[in-house]
Design a protein around this ligand. Structure first.
Ligand code: NAD
Length: 503
């Protein structure tokens, strides 16, 4: 019997097979509950519900104002239930309760509110002035695609679900979401908000299950009109292939290996905070983490001292304790990946200058193997595998440089281009560098500042398209041009004079 059921067509249901999987607290490895395990059949059921809700339901024909009302209501209900959602998110994902309380839940509610505003403010019909073919009158109508699927990763389950569902619904589409198996609970809980807000049945559907079956169905099914995916570049490639069968547009938010550049004129206090927060927040399980710190040679030794000193003070413990800065990794598998990369780093670079092991002295109920200390490798060559491959763990590579040009060249030498930072006392110099970085976001004297009003996405193999901002709303709408000739005749068609009857 599932404790957390699939949300399909307005109802919580078991999977067709009746199968479930156990979700656990990664800090203690104690079970949280049984989750209904969707396979292809359940995915098809959810897609069919979304299809019918789009084709026959009232959703797409409502005004933007009406749709916005539902999204605002869901945001309000999420905020009213913030504590319950934050606790569920922290326990299921291993992210700290502090992060869930101050980032995930308000961020998710904020995204819903932003897209509600988009539905109100962005016109769905724009009259075009003048005509190249007088006396025609022309307008562009913005229409929803239809059924939009959203496949999301384990690191920010609730937030990513709302980044997908918010714009899809605001623009008049219907949606099927699939969270990652390790972290399905809060996305499934969105169904409660939909029910309470009175969202029409089938407009939002949420299923949990393996990527290889349920996920592949969401990316390939011919009833699906658009796919949005956040996750690894490897799976993103597969999503593109699956979507290509019926030429579905894809939005892809993929991996990263972002560079955080510390110039010789930086305030080292602020820069150290930006580098440490930029790398170790949520154990480095953040796509745009600044996991390559490029540090000017003239401040290199002093800066390393600051990093090591402060990294050692980061508090590791139960994610449910408000005093913890870091909890466990999302899973034993992810912790094992970190251990493997740290061993590789030892071979490629030598001993890390801090970290490099599990923390000692954790409370008895915590599983030490699932935790890892913030780890810093210094003097790293940018060509090393630990500097090029996404580790998705608390591992920082520090790379020295001597000139701004060299820093830009190193930063851009990556298959990824998602985020990045420039730490400098000169805004002009920092912006000059920011303009030359091949990446979707640059923070100057800051890091990880993401908000729904600003576009977010990647260059190169970090993705296609943008989420958030106005771009993140418009990407869920098709533009239709309607040309009207209000008169009954036309003087002539330039290539076919005979057709106008003038010959
Ligand atoms: P993942 O790619 O393993 O899985 C992501 C989602 O895809 C999960 O729901 C999974 O079940 C599903 N999936 C897996 N195989 C599939 C398939 N063949 N077909 C359809 N769906 C499939 O990623 P993860 O381990 O959950 O998350 C970590 C990755 O996500 C990192 O690479 C990180 O950089 C990336 N990420 C990117 C962003 C961004 O905005 N660019 C944000 C967060 C995370």
């Amino acid at each position: 019997m599932a404790d957390f059921k699939l949300f399909i067509d307005g109802e919580y249901v078991d999977s067709a097979s009746g199968e479930t999987f156990t979700t656990t607290d990664p800090a203690t490895e104690q079970p949280i509950g049984e989750v209904a395990k969707a396979d292809r059949e359940d995915a098809k059921r959810a897609i069919q519900a979304a299809r019918t809700a789009f084709d026959d339901g009232p959703w797409k024909d409502m005004s933007g104002e009406e749709r916005a009302g539902y999204l605002d209501k869901m945001a309000e209900l999420l905020t009213a239930n913030a504590e319950r959602f934050a606790e569920a998110e922290a326990r299921d994902s291993g992210g700290t309760i502090k992060k869930a309380t101050f980032a995930d839940v308000p961020g998710a509610a904020g995204a819903l509110q932003w897209f509600a505003r988009m539905a109100r403010e962005r016109p769905d019909r724009v009259e075009l002035e003048g005509s190249p073919f007088p006396p025609s009158e022309n307008y562009v109508r913005y229409e929803p695609y239809g059924v939009c699927t959203g496949i999301v990763p384990f690191n920010f389950p609730l937030l990513m679900a709302c980044w997908k569902m918010g714009p899809a619904l605001a623009a008049g589409n219907t949606s099927v979401l699939k969270p990652a198996s390790y972290t399905s609970v809060t996305a499934l809980m969105l169904g409660e908000l939909a029910q309470e807000a009175g969202l029409p049945n089938g407009v939002l559907n949420v299923i949990a299950g393996p990527g290889g079956t349920a996920g592949e169905e969401l990316a390939s099914n011919e009833m699906v009109d658009k796919v949005a995916f956040t996750g690894s570049t490897e799976v993103g490639r597969r999503i593109m292939q699956l979507a290509s069968g019926t030429i579905k547009p894809v939005t892809l938010e993929l991996g990263g290996k972002s560079a955080n550049i510390v110039l010789d004129d930086a305030d080292l206090d602020i820069a150290a905070a930006a580098v440490l927060f930029g790398t170790f927040f949520h154990n480095g399980q953040v796509c745009e983490s600044g996991t390559r710190a490029l540090v000017h040679k003239s401040i290199y030794d002093e800066f390393l001292g600051l990093l090591v000193d402060r990294a050692g003070k980061i508090v590791i413990g139960s994610q449910m304790d408000f005093n913890s800065d870091l909890g466990p990794m999302v899973s034993r598998a992810q912790a094992d990946t970190v251990r493997r990369y740290v061993e590789l780093g030892r071979e490629e670079v030598g001993e890390p200058i801090c970290g490099g092991s599990e923390p000692e002295g954790l409370a008895d109920d915590l599983v030490t193997e699932n935790f890892y200390r913030p780890t810093i490798f210094a003097g790293v060559d940018n060509e090393a595998r630990i500097a090029q491959e996404e580790i998705f763990g608390p591992v920082l590579c520090v790379i020295p440089f001597e000139s701004d040009d060299e820093a830009v060249a190193i930063a851009n030498r990556s298959i990824y281009g998602l985020g990045g930072g420039v730490q400098s006392g000169s805004v002009e110099r920092a912006q000059g560098i920011a303009d030359r970085l091949q990446t979707g976001t640059v923070w100057i004297n800051d890091y990880h500042m993401i908000s729904p009003e600003r576009p977010f996405g990647g260059y190169k193999q970090s993705g296609i398209g943008r989420e958030l901002g106005t771009a993140g709303y418009d990407i869920y709408r098709q533009a239709k041009h309607v040309h009207t000739n209000p008169s009954t005749g036309r003087d002539g068609y330039m290539h076919y004079a005979a057709l106008s009857g003038n010959i």
